[in-house]
Design a protein around this ligand. Structure first.
Ligand code: FO1
Length: 317
């Protein structure tokens, strides 16, 4: 089995963890969105990559999903005293990651190299790679003007009305070597699915699909592409995906996510709460299964991963 999982932050990381419990290290590549990355207080911060990394290392802050457990905030308090920006809450333990990463990047290492190093130090067996080693930066167009992603998401708490997105740098960015290898395998000799985790389709998954050659490779691949809906009962379990849909004039539903991915996907997974949508999604030609996608416990994550893998085995791209 050779499985590729495309993940954003919290929701994606949960399924990635479930998949890591079902598959050997050599059978899984997890690709994390890096279009949310930004430079803050001189440090390179990679929120989705770190959320997946901490989740796989089982050291994530489970209450909020991002950052580390048992976190302290002394540095943030001191920054605040010095009048520095403190809207983006960097914990003391988390800071160590950003310091090591920033130093290694400055000394010429790629983001892929640094990620491999950090994963080794955190005893993560499975392969986690950034979507690209080149910087891609999501800009959110809103009724209050254009905002970089973290300014929109964290500083403005997703309050401005969204009118569109731009992924600066994506035209010239290439998939990272690990992503590229996983994609090539998917054409040549792969047999497992490409899993689009339950992440925000507009800002977490879209940047990965926009990288040079990714969509085209997924189209010619013989492996099934399966997406798990991040929308349950018309709401996003986490983050602004549903709010973005309504502001962009798209109906807030799992069916809209299926239509958004369209012929890119060979299968779709929806929650039991949305069971009545199954027939209409299948009518647009996308085989769909209904299962529990709300991952509260580790057992939920593993069960959803098993459901996705069993579904994949029944599909041909
Ligand atoms: N999200 C917040 O809502 N508030 C924060 O202060 C915050 C800090 C933070 C620090 C490090 C990190 O890796 C992630 C952090 N996040 C924070 C989460 C993150 O910015 C978003 O969840 C993602 O970008 C969206 O996937």
């Amino acid at each position: 089995m050779n499985v590729v999982a495309l993940s954003g932050g919290v929701g994606g990381a949960k399924l990635a963890l479930g998949l890591s419990h079902c598959l050997d290290a050599a059978e899984l590549t997890i690709v994390a969105n890096t279009a949310d990355d930004f430079t803050h207080l001189g440090l390179r911060i990679c929120p989705d990559l770190d959320t997946v990394m901490y989740t796989l290392a089982e050291i994530s802050n489970r209450a909020v999903g991002w950052g580390q457990q048992d976190e302290t905030w002394h540095c943030l308090d001191a920054l605040s005293n010095l009048g520095a920006e403190s809207w983006f809450r960097l914990g003391d333990r988390d800071l160590a990651t950003h310091l090591v990463r920033s130093e290694q990047l400055q000394s010429g290492e790629t983001l892929s190299d640094v990620t491999t190093y950090l994963c080794q130090r955190l005893n993560i067996a499975h392969r986690l790679v950034p979507m690209s080693d080149q910087a891609v930066s999501t800009q959110v167009d809103t009724d209050e003007g254009r905002l970089s992603f973290q300014h929109y998401f964290v500083r403005e708490r997703c309050e401005p009305q969204v009118t569109g997105f731009e992924f600066e740098g994506v035209e010239s960015a290439r998939p990272s070597p690990g992503f590229q290898t996983a994609l090539v395998d998917s054409v040549d000799n792969g047999d497992g699915p490409i899993v689009i985790c339950p992440s925000n389709p507009f800002v977490s998954v879209e940047p990965m699909l926009r990288l040079t050659g990714v969509r085209e490779t997924l189209r010619v691949s013989h492996r099934p592409v399966i997406a798990v809906s991040p929308i349950v009962g018309g709401e996003a379990l986490k983050g602004p995906a549903a709010k973005m849909m309504s502001e962009l004039g798209i109906e807030q539903s799992a069916a809209s996510v299926a239509s958004y991915y369209g012929d890119l996907i060979d299968g779709f997974v929806i929650d039991t709460l949305d069971a009545e949508l199954q027939a209409s999604i299948e009518q647009i030609g996308i085989p769909t299964i209904v299962t529990n996608t709300v991952m509260v416990t580790l057992a939920d994550r593993i069960q959803l991963a098993e459901d996705v893998l069993s579904f994949a085995a029944t599909l041909r791209s």
